[in-house]
Ligand binder design. Structure first.
Ligand code: NAG
Ligand code: NAG
Ligand code: NAG
Length: 184
């Protein structure tokens, strides 16, 4: 065969392989919900009142430093919070949020959150993974949705959160609202 024929065969094989490779990357996920919202209720365990029978979160030990650390920079809080459809802690249950936050600013309250919202009630069941910074002074805190499973498989997007209620008398309790904008 002439050299030009070999070149044609080589090019044809290459084009076929390239087309095959690009096709294998074109899987589409089914579209899940574009909006989802929930309320998350937290009660901190406080050794002073020893509320061992009703808590959802626990602080880890503060870092062992020889200088004042008033905000608790480096402290972690692990939580397993009930989620509800409405703002009251007695509203219809949706599931729970499990994860943690770390206090990551030395002189103000910023809480870096990573958690999985496990939605076990209702038509949409699955998990939503949420990630990002909550700065206490911000009225709306913008976190990201970095993934999901089940009805939320492959979800990405925005998790806008506001604090709807806080009671600082020990043990501290608060409720956060999450408004999700989801893309697939
Ligand atoms: C904290 O650090 C000091 C100095 O290194 C040490 O003596 C002390 O045992 C540490 N405390 C704890 C609770 O680890
Ligand atoms: C629900 O909220 C009310 C009012 O804030 C409070 O008294 C009650 O202890 C809470 N219940 C639970 C289970 O957290
Ligand atoms: C979500 O909760 C359900 C019911 O408890 C459980 O079966 C499932 O494994 C949980 N999913 C995750 C990711 O924790």
């Amino acid at each position: 065969m002439a050299a030009s024929t070999w070149i044609l065969i080589f090019v044809a094989v290459h084009l076929t392989l390239a087309a095959h490779a690009s096709h294998s990357c074109k899987r589409k996920l089914p579209c899940g919900p574009s909006k989802f919202e929930f309320y998350m209720h937290n009660t901190v365990y406080n050794p002073a009142v020893d509320n061992r029978n009703y808590f959802n979160s626990i602080y880890g030990l503060p870092p062992n430093v020889s200088f004042p650390n008033p905000i608790g920079f480096g402290v972690m809080n692990t939580f397993e919070d009930p989620l509800t459809r409405g703002s009251s802690n007695t509203s219809a249950p949706l599931g729970k949020a499990q994860g943690f936050y770390v206090i990551d600013t030395f002189n103000e309250y910023t809480l870096f959150h990573i958690f999985t919202a496990n939605i076990t009630e209702g038509d949409l069941k699955g998990t939503i993974d949420i990630f990002g910074q909550m700065r206490e002074v911000d009225p709306v805190r913008y976190l990201t949705v970095v993934g999901g499973t089940g009805a939320f498989l492959g979800a990405r997007g925005l998790a806008s959160s506001t604090r709807v209620q806080i009671d600082r008398t020990p043990p501290a309790k608060w409720t956060l609202y999450f408004d999700l904008d989801l893309y697939y």
